[in-house]
Write a protein that binds this ligand. Structure first.
Ligand code: DX5
Ligand code: ZN
Length: 219
């Protein structure tokens, strides 16, 4: 079944706690924590996202879905694992070689978290096929990582489809999560292509009723 991971990147200052409680009430399946270091991507949300995630951890049982858009993946895994997230996802493009990919996979598992690998739009998804037997989730970026409110890149639909076909052919149990520009128009397209976890930030946070939009995205 399809799940929704609400990105808190664009939450309005001063409305954080109200928003987090409302998203929990609206039954978001995860809180999507967009960790940016100002190096892998231009923006730096590192400290703010750690604070938000720590607060959510204290007030809610909704699982944390941590998306690391950072160069120093090892450091970020060590720091964010303290919040006992459900999933820690790092970028393939932040790894210097295959050994490092394996190292980060094992590190995350040692912290008893599920492992996600994310690929940017320009990265061929075939590059991570060899790691699929060892991970739980592939996060397909449907926009260039670094900011919310962008438009989904339509070429990514074919990429999702190819990945879903490969996963099914290999009989692997892996979630396909999509991130960026997901809304009521694009959700049906990405689900049809094979995505089963939808990250949405702008589309949810700008909605009048979070439960309505979350249910419709899942629908
Ligand atoms: C972008 C982030 C996305 C973003 C959500 O780098 O990874 O999670 O916050 O994007 P929108 O606002 O398009 O749902
Ligand atoms: Zn994200």
């Amino acid at each position: 079944m399809v799940e929704v991971s609400s990105s808190i990147l664009s939450v309005n200052r001063g409305e954080e706690s109200k928003t987090f409680f409302a998203l929990e009430k609206a039954k978001t399946d995860y809180f999507h924590i967009d960790v940016m270091d100002g190096k892998f991507v231009k923006r730096n949300t590192y400290t703010k996202m750690f604070e938000y995630a720590s607060y959510i951890k204290r007030i809610s049982n909704v699982p944390l879905d941590v998306h690391l858009m950072v160069e120093n993946v090892e450091n970020a895994i060590d720091e964010f694992s303290a919040l006992e997230p459900n999933t820690i996802t790092f970028h393939y493009e932040a790894c210097k070689d295959k050994d490092e990919v394996i190292k980060f996979i094992n590190m995350i598992k040692e912290y008893h978290c599920k492992v996600g690998i994310s690929v940017k739009p320009e990265t061929d998804v075939e590059k991570i096929y060899e790691f699929l037997p060892f991970i739980h989730n592939v996060l397909i970026m449907t926009v260039e990582p670094g900011k919310g409110g962008q438009t989904l890149l339509p070429d990514m639909l074919e990429k999702i489809k190819r990945l879903r076909e490969y996963i099914d052919k290999e009989d692997l149990e892996i979630d396909i999560e999509v991130d960026g520009g997901i809304n009521l128009k694009t959700a049906p397209e990405v689900k049809k292509a094979g995505a089963n976890i939808l990250v949405a930030g702008t589309a949810i946070l700008m909605a009048k009723d979070y439960k309505v939009i979350i249910d419709e995205l899942k629908g």
